[in-house]
Write a protein that binds this ligand. Structure first.
Ligand code: ATP
Ligand code: MG
Length: 369
């Protein structure tokens, strides 16, 4: 027979090799057997042998699940939430990032034992929440301009308006549809940057070339707001996807201009540092509170929602910068003092890793005066 052919030691080897946690308990809920995978999932409860399963996964759902499986001799699937740490410490160790979620499948295999297969679904659940939050954020962000468009279009269609009013309403519709268009194109860019298989299309360029390109997209705004932007390049050779780095620096420069009062100065400079090229964008604007700095790189996060929306912001700019930095194996950092200003530092590996870790003589590309 197959069973005899395989033999007990092989059964145990198969049991240990499973990539799912397997736990066998008796009718008193004591663990009589558990494989390595189960032990790795709940390190705080190791050794598992002899423990009460309701201590390991303390949850009333588990107790009900065990009862149901035994009473009906059927398979019961449940989800339980735990916190890393011992059961008794639950309240103490409960905190951000410590919550773990498991899916347990419980089967009463005979009149003495119950088999529980355990899966750690913390990451799956987290991603599912991220997805839900994202969908609800996108819907909310699109709803605001859409409501304005519908409302003003209805008025235009149904009322006899003066030519001036008609023009005013039409321009409101245009402004809101432009805003929706920006959200959609920023989201499409983010989605394309998010694809894990995406590799940047690298080419050789310099900080001067990047800055010159950024200027063509941002100088108009600096002039409009009477903000002087100084670009200080060091003729650094760098390998990157130039269009994306230009996009990232452009987002940072537009932010520096948007969140600074007229008459102030913004400085954009580059620096070589141990195989990395840093691009720093410094402003003397409103600054950012410490608790907000941690969140500004999240999608749709804005410190002052009303103000950002008013200035046509989507709240996606810094998230795009972060994705571009990651795609290049780099980082983005922000330092700020509320009321005084901010510095954003984008660092990417350069094509010139032999450079010394120091500031070189800066050559000013040009500036708006
Ligand atoms: N240089 C800065 N100074 C002060 N606050 C800033 C600066 N840069 C970003 N912020 C804050 O971070 C938030 C997120 O910036 P982000 O660029 O992602 O979005 P946005 O500027 O609102 O819109 P957009 O996506 O159109 O750029 C901004 O709303 C603003 O509150
Ligand atoms: Mg922005």
């Amino acid at each position: 027979m197959l069973k005899n052919d395989i033999g007990k030691s092989r059964y145990m080897a198969i049991f240990q090799a499973l990539e799912e946690g397997i736990i066998l308990i008796n009718r008193k809920n004591r663990i009589v057997l558990a494989n390595d995978c189960a032990s790795k999932m709940v390190p705080w409860a190791v050794p598992l042998d002899g423990r009460d399963i309701t201590e390991v996964f303390s949850s009333s759902t588990l107790e009900r699940g065990l009862q149901k499986a035994v009473e009906n001799s059927s398979r019961t699937a449940i989800k339980v939430t735990c916190w890393k740490g011992r059961t008794g410490d639950k309240a103490i160790v409960k905190g951000k990032g410590r919550e773990k979620m498991y899916s347990l499948s419980i089967t009463a295999i005979d009149e003495k034992y119950t088999l529980i297969s355990v899966k750690d679904i913390t990451e799956i659940e987290r991603l599912s929440h991220v997805r839900q939050d994202f969908v609800s954020n996108v819907s909310h962000e699109l709803k605001t301009p859409l409501t304005a468009i519908t409302g003003f279009a209805e008025t235009l269609a149904e009322s006899d308006l003066s030519p001036e009013e008609t023009k005013r309403f039409a321009s409101i519709i245009l402004k809101n549809s432009n805003h929706m268009q920006r959200i959609v194109s920023d989201l499409l860019l983010l989605t394309s940057l998010d694809r894990t298989e995406l590799e940047p299309v690298m080419s050789e360029t310099t900080d001067n070339a990047i800055f010159n390109e950024v200027r063509t997209y941002t100088d108009y705004k600096a002039q409009e707001k009477e903000i002087s932007v100084r670009y200080i390049a060091q003729s650094i050779q760098v390998r990157c996807q130039e269009s994306l780095i230009v996009q990232a620096v452009m987002n940072l420069v537009l932010n520096a201009i948007t969140y600074s009062p007229s008459g102030t100065e913004v400085t954009v400079r580059s620096k070589m540092r141990a195989g990395l090229m840093d691009i720093m964008v410094e402003d003397h604007g409103v600054g950012i509170e410490k608790q907000d700095i941690a969140r500004i790189f999240e999608r749709f996060y804005r410190v002052d929602k009303g103000r950002s929306r008013e200035s046509g912001g989507t709240g996606l700019g810094l998230s795009i910068v972060r994705h571009i930095a990651i795609l290049h194996g780099g980082t983005i950092k922000a330092e700020s003092e509320p009321g005084k200003g901010s510095v954003f530092i984008l660092s990417i590996p350069s094509a010139d890793p032999g450079e010394a870790d120091h500031w070189r003589e800066g050559c000013e590309v040009s500036g708006f005066e």
